[in-house]
Write a protein that binds this ligand. Sequence first.
Ligand SMILES: *Cc1c(COP(=O)(O)O)cnc(C)c1O
Length: 216
Amino acid sequence: MLEICFSLPEDVKLVAVSKFHPVETIKEAYAAGQRLFGESRVQELTAKQPVLPEDIEWHFIGTLQTNKVKYIAPFISMIQSVDTFKLLQEINRQAAKCNRVLRVLIEVHIAEEDSKRGFSADECKALFTGSVLQQFPHIQVCGLMGMATFTDNTRQVRREFGRLRNLFEEIKSMPFAGRDSFSELSMGMSDDYKTAIEEGSTMVRIGTGIFGTRQY
Ligand SMILES: *Cc1c(COP(=O)(O)O)cnc(C)c1O
């Protein structure tokens, strides 16, 4: 039986990233007490969700195409990977149709070297300026998400996470409506979650470290 034996500080949430793992594996983690799971593909998530317990909180963490938002809007607990303005517009539209207010994180590009997706720091700040977010009454922006460069260079990873944390603090001090619920900083994966927590992460997304390597 699978045990979720990550020793995280109490105030850091664990997103068990179950992408590419079968329903049976998720059931084992559920039996061990895990309720928060992350998936990165719409088709896979919509196949799994109906056959698993209703009290699972699903977080979407992958690239989300606007034309697929409608499939997850009715049940998703949080969309962590909002990387374009167009996606915000579509999430708001689909959330309205479901009579929901959807919780999201804004994904920020923090990796120095590779071309990971996300808003730049400046684009991100612009979202929280003036009345930009007020055009999305069906969205609650709960914080930021970011991925560091995939490298053994711990100092670089720390610097990237530190930058995201600073941006998070800066935005938190801005006077936008809804800042009270702006509280999550999702950073850290299997290889770098310790550094991420040291740099202020409130939410780590761990797949391999819990479930082993994925079979693609
Ligand atoms: C797959 C994935 C993870 C988990 O990665 P591991 O290295 O298996 O822990 C975390 N975040 C995102 C955005 C992912 O796509």
